[in-house]
Design a protein around this ligand. Structure first.
Ligand code: ADP
Ligand code: GLC
Length: 487
């Protein structure tokens, strides 16, 4: 099958979170199964620079809504996946992030930027495509940035069917009525059954209303978003579309996240050679300024410092962990207030707690390998990748029982030591989080049991293949329905 995968992030070219990892790993997995995959990505400035260095070439020039558009073609390194970059001068090629300027403020014209991106996707996927017979059988869209693509395709006869994946419903792409008026969309879309959401424009609603199939990134999250508060007011719509909504848990990119071949690690290791993990721990302690204490439990965290990730719980746990004799290593960036709060906690306990603010791919890998326990007290978590990375690295996760954390971590209290892979707490209170951490710390003092759980985690199958098969089922059935309709 030919699949056009539209996304606003793609690892390693541009990343703010897990969407980038998924946008690389799912298409790679599908391509390795013999399908033709093209990722459509905005041509942000750093992306264009990297792509040109890697020999990207111009595929075609278009003129879209009065804008000259150049489509650059490159490939995802080490894969058969084509990447097409939508280069619109003045729109994506700016200094700053994909959604925000360098000061952290949303780009004022975000709605317009992704409106143009959607129009390019529509053009490429339909009879107007300059690509002729290379048109896709399926267009797979991701999150609010691509929400207008299913809308535009649904209004274009002969379009391929669309899959719309919700990676995070908390980001809805909300804009004003005035913005809607400036997007050159048909007026009838300003309706509660279409893009209007309580007097505002909701771009994610475009995907949810018009996507032929909806998916989200774990089965539990698919249930959660059909109820308040996780539905953010869209729960009614999601229940209404419930027969078209499916949860498929993310996999991980096992080439990027493999302790046996990870170039970022001081020493590689696997379940049969765990001495490498001990060296990774010593290296992490040394480079973060902590004392080299092999037997001290080391608790790690990597993630965006936003409310979703339970930053307040992490803050609350720090003094308790220190009092219990642990060391803590944290890496993250996000809300300024959360960054400052964590940094000041670290200062209060500087000999036991190391905080790095910023984005650091190498350190993320080294924390995942060097820590004993990975703390992930997310208030909500559509899937979450870090808990899977940590299990694969023999680092036991302590997680809140929500979304993908519920679907991927098994607690020995419920599943037995023979199957346990981490520690799960039911309500997002500090008391419950701490209780799960104390259970983890108690088990850490029983090396045989601890190692049993490390092995359980390390031998899980987190590969994308199974999940990719489920997406393929969806693509096939949508494609067959389209063919049947046409005949
Ligand atoms: P989300 O997409 O909600 O941020 P995920 O767990 O799905 O959460 O994915 C987060 C991804 O971003 C992981 O690959 C994680 O390692 C990475 N990441 C998050 N923050 C940082 C950081 N400060 N430095 C390096 N990697 C980070
Ligand atoms: C979102 C979610 C995260 C998920 C990721 C990739 O950013 O917050 O839970 O793992 O998307 O699907």
């Amino acid at each position: 099958m030919r699949i056009l995968f539209a996304t606003s992030e793609l690892y390693p070219l541009i990343k703010t979170g897990g969407l980038a990892d998924v946008s690389a790993a799912l298409p790679s997995s599908l391509a390795s199964m013999g399908h033709s995959l093209t990722v459509l990505l905005p041509g942000y400035l750093p992306v264009l620079e990297q792509a040109r260095e890697q020999g990207a070439r111009i595929l075609t020039d278009l003129f879209i809504m009065d804008y000259p558009v150049t489509l650059w073609a490159t490939t995802l390194p080490g894969t058969e996946v084509s990447v097409w970059l939508v280069d619109i001068p003045g729109i994506f090629d700016r200094q700053g992030g994909p959604y925000q300027d360098i000061t952290g403020r949303d780009w004022e014209d975000n709605a317009w930027r992704f409106r143009l991106f959607a129009e390019v996707a529509r053009r490429l996927a339909t009879a107007e495509s300059p690509l002729g017979s290379g048109r896709p059988d399926i267009v797979h869209c991701n999150d609010w940035q691509t929400g207008l693509i299913p809308v535009l395709l649904s209004m274009t006869p002969g379009s391929p069917p669309t899959v719309f994946t919700v990676h995070n419903l908390a980001y809805a792409g909300l804009f004003s009525r005035d913005t809607f008026d400036r997007l050159a969309l048909p007026g009838e879309l300003w309706h509660p059954d279409a893009l209007e959401f309580h007097g505002r424009l909701s771009l994610i609603k475009g995907g949810l209303v018009y996507g032929d199939q909806l998916t989200t990134v774990s089965p539990r999250y698919a249930e959660e978003i059909q109820q308040p508060p996780m539905g953010y007011g869209l729960e009614g719509l999601l229940r209404h579309r419930g027969d078209r909504l499916r949860g498929i848990v993310n996999g991980i990119d096992e080439r990027q996240w493999d302790p046996a071949h990870d170039p970022y690690l001081f020493m590689t290791y696997d379940a049969g050679r765990l001495n490498g993990k001990a060296l990774c721990k010593a290296d992490l302690q040394q480079t973060t300024g902590l004392a080299c204490e092999p037997d001290t439990p080391l608790v790690g965290f990597v993630g965006r410092l936003v409310e979703q990730k339970g930053v307040d719980l992490i803050e609350d746990m720090i003094p308790r962990l220190v009092a219990a004799g642990c060391q803590v290593v944290l890496l993250g960036s996000g809300d300024r207030a959360a960054e400052q709060a964590l940094a000041s906690k670290a200062l209060q306990h500087s000999s036991r707690v190391a905080v790095s603010l910023g984005y650091d791919e190498a350190l993320a890998h080294r924390i995942t390998a060097g820590a004993d326990i990975f703390l992930m007290p997310s208030r909500f978590e559509p899937c979450g990748l870090n808990q899977m990375y940590s299990m694969r690295y023999g680092t036991l996760p302590v997680v809140h029982d929500v979304g993908g954390l519920h679907d991927t971590v098994r607690d020995p209290e419920f599943d037995g030591l023979e199957r346990g892979t981490g520690f799960v707490f039911g309500s997002d209170s500090a008391a419950e989080c701490w209780h799960a951490l104390t259970r983890a710390l108690a088990l850490y003092r029983q090396p045989q049991h601890w190692q049993r759980m490390m092995f359980n985690g390390m031998s899980q199958d987190f590969s994308w293949r199974r999940s990719a098969e489920q997406y393929l089922d969806i693509y096939r059935s949508l494609h067959n329905r389209t063919l049947n309709k046409r005949n």
